[in-house]
Design a protein around this ligand. Structure first.
Ligand SMILES: Cc1ncc(COP(=O)(O)O)c(C=O)c1O
Length: 401
């Protein structure tokens, strides 16, 4: 009998996303009629604004349903160019923009066209889960700089310099960060920019949480520090988080034309264009009224303040106040290495499972983000649910610790 072929080796390099894994478990419990409070979500709980939906419906009904240019329709590229000018003070040409099926897709395309075996990619931990897997898939070696609460989960220019080698191709920055919510200051970014230029490195700057900032500062892009660094930077952004459009799948990248062209070639032979009428809706989202974004930001800020205060008040837990995004990365080190009725709570995964079973509350274990002493709470859920979920966790901790 003919032997069944094995999977390609590269598929064995990647692990399933822990964020999606926890969501699946929650759905399973809910299907059994169990009421679970989910703190796992990586998406705003708000609905997409009516004017954005309307544009999608109108375009769909007008028959805008055919293939478009792979890298996006001219109106959307023009809207993105105008957005970079308006929000970031950056000048791009339409040929320096590519629209993809989500920021994740833009990141994937960028990493695939830039990285290969023999390259090293520098990444701060805790990191967003997909960076690591994409780097591994490309054949490059991830070089992780561990950060800690003491440094607000930020790398220093000295740490960065100490990791740069001849093989270093790329630095990945994510500010505001998922999962920690930290943000780099202009001074820090300027120092990184100098190192990247001096050492001939490229930078991916993932700015997907740009508009969800609660600290008294504006998000700054590393590409703002001169032409030399702008030419080495691939900015990643999208409509998912800013406009509550996660399911619509529109992300984009801005970079040097040769990089964008290579990304478009890859996209040509994989997905082709993002959905035609959704691109029209994205034009409306980016160019239309922005007041819903501010409303959402203010609501997230209220929830953040409440969640931070509550987490800090729970026995054996602590956290920093995130400056942006919609996550609290809570320190649970003091809850680990504990035996509860024969169950060993040895790591963040075990604690998350314990909470899911005992409190019917879902969080994402920190292990997937590169730090096992933490769990990630998302506050992209209603105030009432945040309160109920934290009440339940507090009760379980008070009972067992
Ligand atoms: C840091 C970061 N980058 C990129 C993405 C991907 O966003 P999109 O929905 O546009 O693919 C996410 C989504 O969770 C994220 O947290």
């Amino acid at each position: 009998m003919k032997q069944i072929m094995n999977l390609a080796k590269r598929t064995t390099l990647i692990s399933p996303s822990p964020t999606l894994g926890i969501t699946a478990k929650v759905n399973q419990l809910r299907a059994q009629g169990i009421e679970v409070i989910g703190f796992g979500a990586g998406e705003p709980d708000f609905d997409t604004s009516a004017h954005i939906k309307e544009e999608a419906i109108n375009s769909l009904q007008a028959g805008f349903t055919k293939y478009t240019a792979t890298s996006g329709i001219p109106e959307l590229k023009a809207a993105i160019v105008a957005k970079f000018k308006r929000d970031n003070g950056l000048d791009f040409q339409p040929a320096e923009i590519i629209v993809s099926c989500g920021a994740k897709h833009s990141l994937y395309n960028a990493i695939m066209v830039l990285c290969e075996k023999g390259n090293e990619v520098i990444l701060a931990s805790p990191y967003w889960v997909s960076y690591l897997e994409m780097i591994k898939l490309s054949g490059a070696r991830p070089v992780i700089i561990k950060t800690s609460e003491k440094n607000n989960f930020k790398i220093t220019p000295e740490q960065l310099l100490s990791k740069v080698k001849d093989q270093t191709k790329l630095l990945i920055l994510n500010s505001p960060s998922n999962p920690t919510g930290m943000m780099y200051t202009a001074q820090e970014l300027e120092a990184f920019a100098k190192i990247a230029v001096d050492k001939n490195m490229l930078v991916i700057s993932d700015e997907i949480y740009e508009k969800l900032v609660y600290a008294d500062k504006k998000q700054v892009s590393i590409a703002n520090f001169g032409l030399a660094i702008k030419e080495r930077t691939i900015i990643i952004n999208g409509v998912s988080k800013t406009y509550a459009m996660t399911g619509w799948r529109i992300g984009y990248a801005a970079a040097r034309q040769d990089i964008v062209q290579a990304m478009a070639n890859l996209q040509d032979h994989s997905t082709s264009n993002p959905v035609s009428f959704v691109q029209k809706a994205a034009v409306t989202a980016i160019s239309g009224p922005q007041d819903e974004v501010e409303k959402m930001r203010l609501e997230f800020k209220k929830r953040r303040d409440y969640m931070v205060a509550r987490v800090k008040a729970i026995k054996k837990m602590s956290c920093l106040a995130p400056e942006g995004a919609f996550y609290v990365f809570a320190n649970i080190a003091k809850l680990l290495r504990k035996n509860i009725n024969g169950l060993e709570i040895k790591d963040s995964q075990a604690l998350a499972e314990f909470w899911l079973n005992e409190a019917k509350v879902a969080v994402v274990p920190g292990s997937g983000f590169g730090n096992d002493n933490y769990v990630r709470f998302s506050y992209a859920t209603s105030f009432e649910k945040i309160k109920t979920g934290l009440d339940r966790i507090e009760a379980v901790i008070n009972e067992y610790y």
